[in-house]
Design a binder for this molecule. Sequence first.
Ligand code: NAD
Ligand code: HJL
Length: 186
Amino acid sequence: MVGIGTALNDDPQLNVRRLPPQETPYNTPRPIILDTSLRLTPTCKLLRNFKNGVGRRPWILCSDVFTDEKTRRLQELEGAGAKIISIPVAEDGGGLMLDSVLSTLRSLGIRSLMVEGGQRVITSFLSDAGKYDLIDSLIITVAPTFIGKQGISALSNETTDIPALNHVSSIVLGKDTVIACRIRST
Ligand SMILES: NC(=O)c1ccc[n+]([C@@H]2O[C@H](COP(=O)([O-])OP(=O)(O)OC[C@H]3O[C@@H](n4cnc5c(N)ncnc54)[C@H](O)[C@@H]3O)[C@@H](O)[C@H]2O)c1
Ligand SMILES: Nc1nc(=O)c(N)c(NC[C@H](O)[C@H](O)[C@H](O)COP(=O)(O)O)[nH]1
């Protein structure tokens, strides 16, 4: 899962690159995008990969409020192959309600979800983690690179109530270090 900020900035593929090629595309993960207002472009790599048989059908989660323009975009994205699922919006204006996002995905058969980013989505999941028991574990990859002023920090400044973590293990993969943590239960 990514937010629309990441989908628009990175045009990601959200697939697995290191496995040997698979016989069918169905061993790759289901791409899921949190896109409140349906801003995803129908020509993005996720939809092109699906059309070309090298990616699963992207699911786009949007708010359940529709204008004429948003309905037009829904039809365009559906025409490009996306499945659109509407979700209630949080009253505090923080985006789609994450407890509803997870229960809807579960009702559609998703049993395991990796939240890839970006900053706003990671911040929402961590901020609501205690309230709705949203997260099991956190995987942090540290690359030996200074990003500098253009970098976006992992969490936004206004973040509160971030849960404490227990370290599980760390491994070095090439130049990167991957740190696995679990949410500390209170
Ligand atoms: N370093 C990494 O591992 C990594 C991973 C992923 C993304 N990124 C970077 O993150 C940047 C994008 O981050 P961002 O914060 O601008 O956008 P984002 O990807 O977090 O998307 C945020 C958008 O998602 C929608 N949304 C719907 N429900 C939401 C909810 N409950 N909570 C939060 N958002 C919700 C909203 O429209 C919101 O504007 C990109 O530049 C990308 O390169 C980095
Ligand atoms: N390892 C790493 N070093 C970086 O300097 C950097 N900016 C990222 N960023 C991760 C990136 O923002 C998301 O992982 C993509 O959005 C996923 O895209 P793909 O599915 O791989 O195409 N990752």
